[in-house]
Design a protein around this ligand. Structure first.
Ligand SMILES: [Cu+2]
Length: 188
């Protein structure tokens, strides 16, 4: 009789242990802490840093909506271009992103550096009650544009130019560049 009782105790303990294992597996309790959980989502095509932005392959190539290498010198928003993201909260921007804010006072920071050819996620935030359009001066980067409504944040993921140098950008809303909404990206 005593032995039978012991068997039941062990069965109950076993069931509890199993339940804990299943619970941990389902809730991701077993995930290694090194896994990138706040750095966007993984799709079949590659990693997407911000919902709606273009995926990046394991090799670091930004893909367009056709699954081909995104072109930086085409019409912004066209199928060949890197896509700008959906609006997101400013605190949802991945830590690996380059962040700029823009207002009537200009861009902050007005200067940032990227590595030649690297996949760059650039987030642009309107820090005032106006619409702004981030646009590079050079036609080779015409597709890397971000349009944001008042207070909005959006991002774009693109491959930086492979040619090192300085690439000027400005806000393309009429009158905005003239009052100082301009800056430069340094490709190193
Ligand atoms: Cu502006």
């Amino acid at each position: 009789m005593e032995q039978k009782k012991n068997i039941w105790v062990w069965i109950v303990v076993g069931v509890i242990v199993l339940a804990v294992i299943v619970y941990l597996a389902l809730t991701g309790g077993f995930k290694a802490p090194a896994e990138k959980s706040t750095e966007g989502t993984q799709t079949e095509q590659g990693a997407v840093a911000v919902p709606g932005a273009s995926p990046v392959t394991e090799e670091g190539t930004v893909l367009n909506t056709q699954g081909e290498e995104a072109k930086n010198d085409v019409q912004p928003g066209s199928p060949e271009a890197p896509q700008q993201s959906n609006p997101i909260a400013a605190d949802e921007v991945p830590t690996s992103a380059t962040k700029v804010t823009v207002s009537a006072q200009g861009f902050s920071p007005a200067e940032f550096s990227v590595k030649a050819g690297a996949a760059v996620t650039l987030s642009v935030t309107s820090a005032d009650t106006q619409t702004h359009i981030f646009l590079f001066d050079d036609p080779s980067l015409s597709a890397v544009a971000v349009g944001i409504g008042p207070g909005e944040t959006r991002a774009i993921t693109f491959n930086a130019p492979t040619t090192k140098g300085e690439y000027a950008f400005h806000c393309d809303v009429p009158g905005h560049a003239g009052r100082g909404e301009a800056g430069k990206m340094i490709v190193q």
